[in-house]
Design a protein around this ligand. Structure first.
Ligand SMILES: C[S@@+](CC[C@H](N)C(=O)[O-])C[C@H]1O[C@@H](n2cnc3c(N)ncnc32)[C@H](O)[C@@H]1O
Length: 216
């Protein structure tokens, strides 16, 4: 019932309808809590509102199956808030992934030239059969459809390492639907949830134009 669709609405609310222990893997890219605005003036909903982002992790922890993973990108400047909420939700930090970018969009005390994500565990999952290097190759998406769009090629290795064919992969901050596309291309089921109706439509259109591998 909750498989292979993009649901439009607020994640904490919509996830409350999902049964507990029903999702195999979460791969998500939440608002970084940095009041982001790109060079075209595009913003990300709730990027200035921790209360619209952090409580979603309680629902993530509830719907994840026991002994499973959640991969979450994050913004370094809000790391204390993210770590605190993950710990309160019962998600343990078991790994950290870094993507050196080779370019910097912004600079402050340092030039900001990498992306990062934490590998979080619910319970004590088995190690992946083929563990990923924790330094990964970055591919720039071009951000054509969404101001913080990730490339499908960046997300696919995460899904393939931390789940199995046929598993259900959830992204409760779905944006343009990148995680859902990467999951579908990897032979996994997906559930994307997104607040902005325009991005829901975009994600559904992107998914409709994806050429999926033939089932064997
Ligand atoms: C950083 S973006 C994700 C971009 C995505 N990785 C992509 O490749 O397009 C985060 C998304 O979460 C959405 N969002 C923010 N708060 C939300 C909430 N409480 N429930 C559902 N979606 C939310 C925003 O509208 C935004 O599109």
């Amino acid at each position: 019932m909750f498989r292979n669709q993009i649901m439009c609405g607020e994640s904490q609310h919509l996830l409350s309808a999902l049964p507990e222990n029903s999702v195999d893997l979460v791969v998500t890219d939440p608002p970084y809590l940095i009041s982001y605005k790109d060079s075209f003036g595009r913003k990300v909903r709730n990027d200035d509102n921790p209360d619209g982002v952090l409580p979603v992790f309680n629902e993530i922890a509830r719907v994840l199956k026991p002994e499973s993973y959640c991969i979450s990108f994050y913004g370094w400047s809000a790391i204390a808030q993210f770590v605190n909420c993950w710990q309160e939700a019962g998600l343990r930090i078991v790994g950290h992934l870094v993507w050196p970018k080779g370019y910097a969009r912004r600079a402050g005390h340092v030039r900001f030239a990498h992306e990062a994500a934490y590998v979080l565990a619910k319970g004590y999952p088995d190690f992946p059969e083929k563990p990923l290097n924790d330094v990964q190759r970055w591919i720039y998406s071009g951000n054509a459809s969404h101001p913080t769009q990730k490339a499908v090629q960046v997300i696919k290795p995460l899904i393939q390492a931390f789940s199995r064919p046929g598993d259900l992969v959830l992204d409760p901050f779905s944006g343009s639907g990148t995680t859902a596309i990467a999951a579908a291309l990897s032979g996994r089921d997906y559930l994307g949830i997104e607040l902005e109706p325009g991005y829901c439509t975009l994600a559904r259109n992107r998914l409709a134009s994806v050429h999926l591998p033939k089932a064997v």
